[in-house]
Design a protein around this ligand. Structure first.
Ligand code: 5GP
Length: 189
C-alpha cells in the first residue's frame, strides 16, 4: 500500500536493523485519517467473509481495529495483557511472548465477548514471530469461533511469523511486507 510506504519512508526509524519505530502515526501518536485509510483497505479485502467480530490485542492494534469495525459495522474486542479488577474470571487466556518487551504476558478475553458462531478477523499492527497473532487465533478457537483471517499493517517478512501463520492454515493479509532493513532503510518484498 503506497500511502503507508510513503509514511514509513518519511517518518519511520529503523532501530538495530530489526525493529521499525513508527511512533508518530501508529504506536504512540496516532493519525486517525491514515488509520481510516488502512481500515478501508482491510474492510475491502475481507468484505466477502461475513466478519462478525474483530479481535486485536492492546494497545497498538486497537486504533486500526476500530476503523475496520466501524466500516464493517461489527464490534471490536481487544485482548488484555494485564488482569483488570473489573474483568470477571470467566476468560479465555493464552501466553504471548512480546517481541518488543521481551516478556511473556497472560493475555485474556472475557468469555462472554466471543461466540462459537463468530467469524473473527484478527488485526494487529506488526507481524514478527507471529506470537501475538497465534495467541489471538488460539483465543478465538477456545471460544469455538472461526478465524476468517489475519490483517497486519506491517509484516516483517524476514521474520518467521507470516510463514508460521500460513502453515497453520490462516489467511494473512499484510498492507506492507518488509524484506529487510539495511543502513537504516526499509526494503520491501
Ligand atoms: P510477534 O508477536 O509477531 O512476534 O510480534 C508482533 C508484536 O510485536 C506486535 O503486536 C507489535 O506490537 C510488536 N512488534 C514486533 N515487531 C515490531 C516492530 O518492528 N516495531 C514495532 N513498533 N512493534 C513491533
Amino acid at each position: 500500500m503506497q500511502l503507508l510506504k510513503d509514511r514509513i519512508r518519511e517518518e519511520g526509524v529503523v532501530v538495530k536493523d530489526s525493529l521499525l519505530k513508527v511512533d508518530s502515526f501508529l504506536n504512540h501518536q496516532i493519525d486517525p485519517q491514515l488509520m481510516m485509510k488502512l481500515g478501508e483497505e482491510f474492510a475491502l479485502r475481507f468484505k466477502n467473509n461475513n466478519v462478525t467480530r474483530i479481535l486485536t490485542i492492546e494497545s497498538s492494534g486497537i486504533a486500526i481495529a476500530i476503523m475496520v469495525g466501524f466500516i464493517l459495522r461489527v464490534p471490536v474486542v481487544f485482548a488484555r495483557k494485564r488482569k483488570s479488577a473489573v474483568c470477571n474470571d470467566d476468560v479465555y487466556s493464552t501466553q504471548v511472548y512480546s517481541f518488543t518487551k521481551k516478556e511473556s504476558n497472560n493475555v485474556t478475553v472475557s468469555a462472554n465477548l466471543l461466540k462459537a458462531e463468530d467469524n473473527i478477523m484478527i488485526i494487529d499492527d506488526f507481524l514478527a514471530n507471529g506470537e501475538a497473532a497465534l495467541g489471538l487465533a488460539n483465543i478465538a478457537e477456545q471460544a469455538g469461533a472461526h478465524v476468517v483471517g489475519i490483517g497486519i499493517v506491517i509484516e516483517k517478512a524476514f521474520q518467521p511469523g507470516a510463514e508460521k501463520l500460513r502453515e497453520a492454515g490462516y489467511r494473512v493479509e499484510s498492507l506492507v511486507r518488509i524484506a529487510s532493513f539495511s543502513n537504516g532503510k526499509v526494503n520491501y518484498v
